[in-house]
Design a protein around this ligand. Structure first.
Ligand code: CP
Length: 331
């Protein structure tokens, strides 16, 4: 095990409290497999809350959850807000343009001030890798921190909802062949998916894309690098597509959107290389005609919108485990 992998595992293990319960969720690295399975079971019991006429349970009644988004988000921010409200928490959503960081306040001063308002949990999205970890190192012992995406590092709840969606449709993981396709280099989602898939026993993981976006060295993350889309998709059970993350690119990584789509876009023709029942997934936002054709994004096998719906139950489970440090008994 390399020093960096060992360090990541140590930091990951620090997400548990002294009683072995999940205190923060910053990354999937260092988590136990049974933690993921407990979150999935809890999500199973919370999915039906969304199907009730009164979509509320009292698990986090009296708790205050602050959503702190320093980067744009549609799905993560909204589903965290819905999740916290369905658990009966009091929720405050703060975006950076409306916060005092726009006036020069440091991240840790912002956190200290919000903590002085008796906040019980912070859900944080930030452009800098490690921001959620930094906050977790500075909050009081009773305060939970959940990473809603930090730089190129991790997006643990996105990977959890992706894995949960695969579990719903395939049951188990160990025999699955999975392709992660696109801009792996800049993707926090791909990194978290890789960790989660390996933790759940998936052995055949392909990282597919041009050498500029999937350099050969990325094989060290635990997947087989393929620069040919059809070879990467051959016989796979699950296709996890990624967007070109231009906001994290310094320079031109693809010649043009049209050429990228021709070589790496998921079209019906390209998808024919996968198993006939292969699942098509994408964390969103999708760019139609760049990494995925509309006919595939909207086809019956596409789980793009069910992924969003599952995001609510998974984020409820994560908040219940970390902020509530309890089960679904009250549900
Ligand atoms: N998948 C995802 O993180 O989407 P948002 O950026 O809209 O939250």
């Amino acid at each position: 095990m390399s020093d960096l992998v060992a360090l990541a595992q140590t930091l990951g293990a620090a997400q548990y409290d002294a009683g072995g319960r999940l205190r923060h969720l910053l990354t999937l690295e260092g988590l136990r497999r049974d933690t993921l399975e407990e979150l999935f079971s809890l999500a199973d019991s919370l999915v039906e809350v969304g199907e009730r006429s009164v979509k509320k349970v009292p698990l986090l009644r009296g708790k205050t959850v602050v959503l702190l988004f320093f980067e744009a988000s549609t799905r993560t921010r909204t589903t965290f807000e819905i999740a916290a409200k369905r658990l009966s928490a009091d929720v405050v959503t703060l975006s950076v343009s409306a916060s005092a960081t726009a006036k020069g306040e440091s991240l840790l001063d912002t956190i200290a001030n919000l903590q002085a308002m008796q906040t019980d949990a912070f859900v944080v999205r930030h452009a800098d890798s490690g921001a959620a970890q930094l906050i977790a190192c500075h909050v009081a012992p009773q305060v939970a921190v959940v990473n809603a995406g930090d730089g190129c590092h991790a997006h643990p709840t996105q990977a959890l909802l992706d894995l949960y969606t695969i579990r719903q449709h395939r049951g188990s993981f160990d025999q699955l062949k999975v392709a992660i396709v696109g801009d792996v280099l800049h993707s926090r989602v791909a990194r978290s998916q890789l960790v989660g898939l390996r933790l759940l026993g998936v052995k055949d993981i392909r990282l597919v894309g041009p050498a500029t976006l999937v350099p050969d060295r990325m094989a060290c993350l635990g997947g087989r690098v393929c620069h040919d889309l059809r070879e990467g998709l051959a016989d796979v059970d699950v296709v996890l597509m990624l967007r070109l993350q231009r906001e994290r690119m310094a320079g031109g990584f693809v010649p043009s959107d049209r050429e990228y789509f021709e070589l790496y876009g998921l079209t019906e023709t390209a998808l024919a290389a996968a198993r006939p029942d292969a699942l098509v997934m994408h964390p969103g936002p999708i760019n139609r005609g760049v990494e995925i054709a509309s006919s595939v994004a909207d086809c019956e096998r596409s789980l793009i919108l069910p992924q969003v719906t599952n995001g609510i139950a998974i984020r409820m489970a994560v908040l219940a485990q970390t902020v509530g440090r309890g089960g679904a008994d009250d549900a």
